[in-house]
Design a protein around this ligand. Sequence first.
Ligand SMILES: C[S@@+](CC[C@H](N)C(=O)[O-])C[C@H]1O[C@@H](n2cnc3c(N)ncnc32)[C@H](O)[C@@H]1O
Length: 390
Amino acid sequence: MSHECRALILERIRQHGPLTFAQFMDLALYAPGVGYYASAMRRSGRTGDFYTSVDVAPLFGELLAEQFAEMARILTPDSRLRTSDDKDHPIDFVEAGAGNGRLSRDVLDALERLDPDVYARARLHLVERSTAAREAQRETLGHHAAKLMGSTADLPSSIDGIVFANELLDALPTHAVVGREGGLREIFVDAVGDDLVERELPPSTPALDEYFAAIDVRLAPGWHAEVNLRAVEWVRDAARALRHGFLVLVDYGHEADLLYSASHAHGTLATFTAHVVENRQEERAAPWLRDPGGSDMTAHVDFTSIRRAAQAEGLDPICLVDQMHFLMGLGLQTRLEQKTGTGREDVMWRLALKTLLVPGGLGTSHHVLVFGRNVGRPALRGCGRGRARS
Ligand SMILES: C[S@@+](CC[C@H](N)C(=O)[O-])C[C@H]1O[C@@H](n2cnc3c(N)ncnc32)[C@H](O)[C@@H]1O
């Protein structure tokens, strides 16, 4: 498919001129039928291009279920005060960027055992842009498919419960910019014959300069960076839809002062092809132009701007904590102590655990951001060792 994706991108450029990086990334990942995510129902895992925590083991979903059960209890009136209506009060579980539904299946498998009351009241909504992935969701969910209230490309308009997303924000199309003596320049994708090339032009929108002004960042001349306006918009939309409950985002990224600093002077754009990661190592290197539609493309998330967007819509920040501490807070330690056997199952389990926790790997690169609306600022188990931010 990727030659068709390249042909589509070249045609757009010939018709409309250079594309912003965000427009290019949107076509490369999501163009119907030919984009990277649009043309397959699953892209991660051993035979894919990258791993997410969901690929490692059902354990990630199991531990998230522990956190969701605690949240569900906070969302449910005290049993002594409950009316019969409350007993049946449904709890929305909305997973965004759900792919074929594996994480939700793992969460529901665990909830069914852990908290049958919450399981009984769970109403599942899967939000996924790829039609190919959406079509596979019912089969993945198995008997939990009876709980599926909606499988859509957009968020439901009103949510009373828990919205969660694993590695969604990093996959949203981002603008790419570079600092110059005269101010900010934006990276566009242009065509020279049949080759795709990067071109620096004045910013396509004042929103890029405004973004940096809002977080008090100035890019030094020569520094590359990404500005994910879509991620900020997505959080705004999710916050508006959430009437009561929690928003839980798992992704890799940094606070703005670290993301936009000398330590990330080449920016954080990366492509993943068969588990090989390529970044911009020097001014002109742009591995993402080689095979658009055939490889994944991501950039790290700016947690500062995400938090600002959520707070501007009235959400309370509850915590930002690395995945290792989040999972430890949910009882991983105890499980580890119980699985000491030398049989294949226990050994595989411990290996999975290591991948989820290992410093420098998913455990510290990935962070969990939790926000709430009308829930106060509860001390959640997963946040127990985290830092509350305001
Ligand atoms: C990196 S994958 C992560 C999949 C899954 N959450 C996991 O952890 O394995 C990102 C997913 O988000 C989906 N996606 C991208 N933009 C989206 C949007 N605006 N709304 C919903 N899903 C989206 C992609 O199609 C893709 O399935």
